[in-house]
Design a protein around this ligand. Structure first.
Ligand SMILES: Cc1cc2nc3c(=O)[nH]c(=O)nc-3n(C[C@H](O)[C@H](O)[C@H](O)COP(=O)(O)OP(=O)(O)OC[C@H]3O[C@@H](n4cnc5c(N)ncnc54)[C@H](O)[C@@H]3O)c2cc1C
Length: 378
C-alpha cells in the first residue's frame, strides 16, 4: 500500500467516545486529524449505555444537542441480590441513557462536519516511530503520516504497542460482557443492577424506546456452562428472581446478544511507545460504577487541552506527556481502585445480600461509595 502524501497533525486509532471527542476538540482548534476506525458507523457495542451526568454539558459543547433527543434521565437506582432483596437509592448526580449505536454515530457525523477525516473499515495494524518526524500509521487503507499519534482503541492493546508491565499486577480476573436491547416496562428514570453468581447485570432505558440489558461475568461461569450463553443465563442468571422475570417476560429485540471476552479492569498507562492513550486504552473501571464512558470523554478533554497548547507552540511534547499523565492520575487513579474494591462486594450470594441490606439502611454511605467512582460535571 502507498503512503499518503498529506501529513496530518494528529492520528487517532479507534473511534469510540474517547477518540471521537478528542478528534472534535482538536478539529475545532484547526488541528488536522485523521481517525482510524475498524468498524463502520453506526454499530452496536457491548456497553451498559448509562452515562453519568458529569458528561452532559461537555457533550453538548461538542455540538450534540442532547436536550433535543428526549433521552431518559436516570435518578433512581435499584440493586438486587440473588436472594431477592432490592436496595433502593436516589442517585445524587444520576445519568442518562443513549445507545452507543446512536451516540457514537452522532459524534462521528459532528467530527466529519468539523473536518476530521474518518477512515472506516480501517484497522490499524502497525506503526513506525520516525522520532521528530512523527509516525507512519500502517492501516488497512494504506500508510498515513502523522505528527502526533493517539490511541483510543478501547480495552484491547494492539500487538504492535507495548503493554504496561505493571498492568497485570492489579488485574481483576478475566470477564465476558454480554448485551441485548429489550423492550420492558422498567421506569425510564430507573437503573437496576441485578447480582448473580460471579456477575451482575444492568438494565436501564436508552433511546428508541429500548432498554439496554448488559451483564458482566467471569469467563469461568461461561466455561462451566459448556460455553453456552443461553445455558448460563438459565442456570445462573435466572437464580435471581428479578432477572428471571426480565429474561422470560421482556421482548428481546435481537435474539443473539453481542458478546465480548477477555475483559480486565486496571490502570494501564497514559503513553506507550510515544503514543498518547485515552479512554479504556489508558485504563478501565468496572462497569458497575457506570462511569467508563465519562472517564473516556473527560480524558479526551484533558489530552486535547495539552495537545492544543503543543500545536500552538506553547509547550513541548515532553510537557504534554507530563501534564497529561498528572491530570489523568489526579482524575482517575482513585476511581479505578475504588471500582476494583467495590466489585468485590458484587456477585456473591451471601456477601452481596448482606452488603445490600446494610447499605440500604445507610444511604449516606452509599452516596459516598458512588461518589468515589464519579467526578464533577466538566
Ligand atoms: C459489560 C460492560 C458494560 C459497561 N457499561 C457501561 C455503562 O453503563 N456506562 C459507562 O459509562 N461505561 C460502561 N462500560 C465501559 C464503557 O463501555 C467504556 O469505558 C467505553 O466504551 C470506553 O470508550 P473508548 O472510546 O475508550 O473505547 P471504545 O468505545 O471501546 O472504542 C474503541 C474503538 O476503537 C476501535 N478499534 C480498536 N482497535 C482498533 C484498531 N487497531 N484500528 C482501528 N480501530 C480500532 C474499536 O472498533 C472501537 O470503536 C461498560 C463496559 C463493559 C465491558
Amino acid at each position: 500500500m502507498e503512503t499518503q502524501v498529506k501529513k496530518y497533525d494528529c492520528g487517532i486509532i479507534g473511534g469510540g467516545l474517547a477518540g471521537l471527542c478528542l478528534a472534535i476538540q482538536l478539529a475545532d482548534r484547526g488541528v488536522s486529524v485523521v481517525l482510524f476506525e475498524k468498524n463502520q458507523y453506526p454499530f452496536h457495542k457491548v456497553c451498559g449505555e448509562y452515562i453519568s451526568m458529569e458528561s452532559w454539558d461537555f457533550i453538548k459543547s461538542l455540538g450534540l444537542n442532547l436536550d433535543q433527543l428526549n433521552l431518559p434521565i436516570i435518578n433512581k437506582l435499584g440493586i438486587s441480590s440473588e436472594k431477592g432483596f432490592m436496595l433502593e437509592h436516589n442517585l445524587q448526580m444520576g445519568g442518562f441513557g443513549i445507545s452507543r449505536f446512536s451516540l457514537d454515530h452522532a459524534l462521528s457525523r459532528i467530527a466529519i462536519a468539523k473536518g476530521v477525516v474518518i477512515l472506516e473499515h480501517c484497522r490499524v495494524n502497525g506503526m513506525e516511530d520516525l522520532g521528530n518526524e512523527g509516525f507512519i500509521v500502517k492501516s488497512a487503507l494504506g500508510d498515513y503520516n502523522v505528527s502526533i499519534l493517539c490511541g483510543s482503541y478501547g480495552k484491547y492493546t494492539p500487538q504492535f504497542l507495548a503493554r504496561n508491565p505493571a498492568e497485570t499486577v492489579n488485574e481483576s480476573g478475566n470477564y465476558i460482557g454480554v448485551k441485548y436491547h429489550i423492550k420492558t416496562d422498567l421506569a425510564p428514570n430507573r437503573i437496576e443492577l441485578h447480582n448473580f453468581k460471579d456477575g451482575y447485570c444492568g438494565i436501564s432505558k436508552v433511546d428508541q424506546d429500548w432498554h439496554c440489558l448488559c451483564y458482566l461475568t467471569t469467563s469461568r461461569n461461561l466455561q462451566d456452562n459448556g460455553k453456552d450463553i443461553k445455558a448460563m443465563e438459565a442456570n445462573v442468571l435466572h437464580k435471581n428472581p428479578f432477572l428471571k422475570s426480565y429474561f422470560t417476560e421482556a421482548e428481546f429485540i435481537n435474539k443473539a446478544p453481542l458478546v465480548i471476552s477477555n475483559i480486565h479492569f486496571s490502570k494501564k498507562q497514559t503513553q506507550t511507545d510515544g503514543v498518547f492513550l485515552l479512554g479504556d486504552a489508558a485504563g478501565s473501571i468496572t462497569p458497575l460504577c457506570g462511569n467508563g464512558m465519562s472517564m473516556g470523554i473527560r480524558a479526551s478533554k484533558m489530552l486535547a487541552t495539552e495537545l492544543i497548547r503543543y500545536f500552538e507552540q506553547k509547550q513541548s511534547i515532553d510537557e504534554v506527556s507530563a501534564h497529561y499523565q498528572k491530570a489523568w492520575n489526579h482524575a482517575f487513579a482513585r476511581r479505578i481502585t475504588a471500582g476494583y474494591y467495590l466489585q468485590g462486594l458484587f456477585g456473591k450470594r451471601n456477601t452481596t445480600d448482606l452488603a445490600l441490606r446494610t447499605l440500604n439502611k445507610f444511604p449516606g454511605a452509599l452516596n459516598k461509595l458512588v461518589s468515589l467512582t464519579h467526578g464533577d460535571r466538566f
